[in-house]
Design a protein around this ligand. Sequence first.
Ligand code: SAM
Length: 261
Amino acid sequence: MKKRPLGQNFLVDLNAARRILELAGISPGEPVLEIGPGKGVLTGGLIERSGALTAIEIDPRLCAELTKRFGSNPGFRLLQADALKFDYSSLGPRFKVVSNLPYYAAVPILKRLVHYGARISDMTLMLQKEVADRLVAEPGSKAYGSLSVFVQYHCQVERLMEVGKNAFSPPPKVNSTVIRATPRVRPKVEVNDEKTFFSIVHAAFFHKRKMLKNNLKAWEKQFDLDRNKIHLAGIDLARRGETLSLEDFAAISNVIHSAND
Ligand code: SAM
């Protein structure tokens, strides 16, 4: 099969497209950003609902098709640009994001959008099911990892709908899921220093099968020994990182950060 380096699996199931448009909950006049409009299966409906759509598409051939189809509509602006590099602050103070993300770049694009979260009211995103599983994962589950902690720290994440491979042309190898991520006004947990928090989270998941006392060795000066058990911020370091909630990571991070102050 022809290689599709730009993740060009186009949604052809019009029921799924209609449901995504409904789930996005767009109010008339609300600015919307669509990343990767492709052949425009969502674009017409987005223009109709919002009347203020900006779309970013990297592929010049698709841009030409989209301009032909929607270019005369005053509620549509198309930018030929790379969503991985785009400066989203140029889009104005507040907008919604709706996208069937190119799967090869779903995680880095999502991370970039989270970075601009103060401007984004919410994001309705279709991505590969395996990534959606990681985004909504709870502590103790197989999919829970540093991506879950990062996204849940900054956003409230909900799983909205499953979409099978056959809804696309050509069908991708994996199933898809639509999620909604709503950036939080304040992070989910209070941390004294985000850099310390995320260094600990990354270290805790670095060797997933190892106990925290091994993964967090860099901070062993702060370990407490109590009746032959090693603790940090009251958390038993014989546990694995995958069992810790965001609150637990915040507790560890705040103890470490205040000790280093
Ligand atoms: N929205 C369309 C649909 O649902 O049928 C297309 C979705 S397709 C999964 C992903 C789209 O993102 C393609 O149109 C592709 O050309 C575009 N794309 C891929 N990489 C991109 C990037 N880095 N920046 C912007 N668009 C990109």
